[in-house]
Design a protein around this ligand. Sequence first.
Ligand code: AMP
Ligand code: ZN
Length: 464
Amino acid sequence: MYIYNTLTRKKEEFVEIKKGHVGLYTCGPTVYHYAHIGNIRNYIGHDILEKTLEYLGYKVKRVMNITDVGHLTSDSDSGEDKMEVAKKREGKSAYEIAEFYTAAFFDDFKKVNCDVPDIVSPATDNIDMYIKIIEKLLKDGYAYISGGNVYFDISKLKDYYVLTNHKEDEMVVGAREGVEEDNRKRNQADFALWFTVSKFENHEMLWDSPFGRGYPGWHIECSGISIKYLGEYLDIHGGGVDNIFPHHTNEIAQSESYLGHKWCNYWFHNEHLLDQSGKMSKSNGAILTVSELEKRGYNPLSFRFMCLNSHYRKQLVFSFDALDQAEQTYKKLKDKISNIVDDGELEEDKYNSYNQKFIDEISNDLNISNTITILYDLLKDTEVNGKTKLALINSFDKVWSLDLTKTIEEDKELTEYILSKIEQRNNAKKEKNYSLADQIRNELLEKGIELMDTREGTKYKILK
Ligand code: AMP
Ligand code: ZN
């Protein structure tokens, strides 16, 4: 497989560290607000990467953090703590905020058929690991304490800017919006590993440490969680392009200084989803979520389909017109597939030939939109029988995850079935027949459907 590596700025052949196995780390969401569809595009990109690796026969171990502490609004060491911003906005505790938005994130994540990583770890669960790393960095002279905080000293590295193709003077303070000068730092590009001086009143998430009571910086969490769960040598680490600097640059600096050797071989970055006014962002006012798309009547998989039609390294501009278009095409495609008759014997040669074309495209830096073209070619191909076509589509859909052979009728029937069960349960509750109500809930749960009673009525979730 060939994959673009931000570290070398080249498409490179992928060579794993341990034969047949891949360690994959994905930077997770900051759970101070809903994840917008731009964030979800990024996770669809990672999902496709994981499923492609699996299609090619690798065994993937994937880890993702949940940022529930330490991420400041500047992505650097100035600005407000994002969780504190949310606390003020919603009058809840930081832990309540994190719990609520983590659940909301995974709801949307699953709606677009993203697989939950093998390990998902909140930043607040790994404080010991950050302390261990920071202690060693201090001991080895890579870090220093100043004004109460612990900072990483970037002058100790030969090539701090290895991941970015920018020059140092473009990246330092003043050049980047929202980053304030900090006179506690030896170099303005140094970054905080641990904050003990909280400028926020009633800062809630604080831990004791050898450097004082405080909280970790944002970057240290991904180094800590990755090394803890995936070891000292990592195959692939990914995020959105905005993570290249400073987040991933700082992760490399602190991880490699701590480990004493090269840490991660391939850096995978997804381009942004834009809206008419530019990059979508959580701090930008109204947040468009996958759930909101669903409320407006769209199938979340139409959004996934839309993302799959553009390369992960290209910006994608979102508009409702474009989504309408994607939904129509997606529906037509499913309709066509539902008309294929599963007849004949599997034609192995034809199967292998189409499968090879598919493998060639996914192995070429995840050229997924070309695999959709292969699908159209296959559908048109009168030389291939129904059995072979369906076998190929089912196989390709392990990567796409578009539920292409699940018919629209099946979806409709399932929805109608669930809604009728919810109604039966509501009636049972009205009649105070709670045992029947519980029985209905458990029946659904056994089928993988969870009911949730909310202020707006009973909602359901299809568990994967
Ligand atoms: P955050 O929750 O802000 O930490 O972001 C979660 C992930 O989404 C990060 O890896 C970001 O790089 C990525 N991201 C943020 N905005 C966008 C966007 N507009 N399009 C695609 N990815 C994004
Ligand atoms: Zn990260």
